[in-house]
Design a protein around this ligand. Structure first.
Ligand SMILES: CC(C)(COP(=O)(O)OP(=O)(O)OC[C@H]1O[C@@H](n2cnc3c(N)ncnc32)[C@H](O)[C@@H]1OP(=O)(O)O)[C@@H](O)C(=O)NCCC(=O)NCCS
Length: 174
């Protein structure tokens, strides 16, 4: 079973001209997630992979939905809690809702969860050529700490990025 993420249940997140709620993924979300995933990722996850995350004890998949309409899914983040680490595996925001703070909001939820669980560090890999994502993570406080050659395939290295959760502020607001 997933450990509870109390603050996530239909909790209004962050500040934005529009509004969204962040909640846990359910199987009913998969088709909307896949639309975003296939439009956003060069090597998209399948529905089966997202479903597997639901049954993986260390996995968390959070989704952001519009408040009005209820079912309009705008983005999601998948992360694992492993020992004292938060590992971010996947994040995508619907193309029409980018640069509105939603991605930052999802990452913050993952980091705050890690903070509550006393995790010490957040880690992720990002394609070296995904400049937008690297800037996005850097703007959230991640630092590049290494490179993994051929991580995504021949000639497709990953940059390893890290954020110190011990010094990450506990409060919701910056
Ligand atoms: C990366 C991604 C999740 C960012 O989501 P987002 O909701 O647009 O990000 P935010 O609006 O929260 O951006 C926060 C900050 O990150 C930086 N940033 C985000 N997108 C950026 C871009 N395309 N270029 C440069 N900087 C960017 C900016 O500093 C931004 O602040 P600003 O808008 O005030 O300048 C989104 O672009 C996406 O889904 N990309 C495709 C999937 C992907 O590459 N995922 C990451 C690897 S798994």
């Amino acid at each position: 079973m997933h450990a509870p993420v109390r603050t996530l249940k239909m909790h209004r997140m962050c500040s934005f001209k529009g509004a969204w709620v962040v909640d846990r993924m359910t199987p009913d979300d998969i088709s909307s997630i896949l639309q975003i995933e296939q439009d956003s990722q060069p090597d998209p996850w399948t529905g089966g992979l997202f479903l597997e995350e639901l049954n993986r004890p260390q996995a968390h998949v959070l989704v952001a939905r519009t408040i009005q309409g209820g079912t309009n899914l705008l983005g999601y983040i998948c992360f694992w809690e492993v020992a004292d680490e938060i590992q971010i595996l996947n994040i995508s925001v619907h193309r029409s809702y980018r640069r509105k703070g939603l991605g930052r909001c999802l990452v913050r939820e993952a980091l705050l969860y890690g903070k509550r669980r006393r995790a010490k560090v957040a880690l992720l890999e990002v394609r070296r050529n995904n400049v937008a994502a690297r800037k996005f993570y850097a703007s959230a406080g991640f630092k590049a700490v290494g490179e993994r050659p051929d991580y995504y395939g021949p000639g497709e290295p990953a940059i390893l990025m890290e954020l110190d959760l011990v010094s990450f502020p506990q409060s919701k607001r910056k």
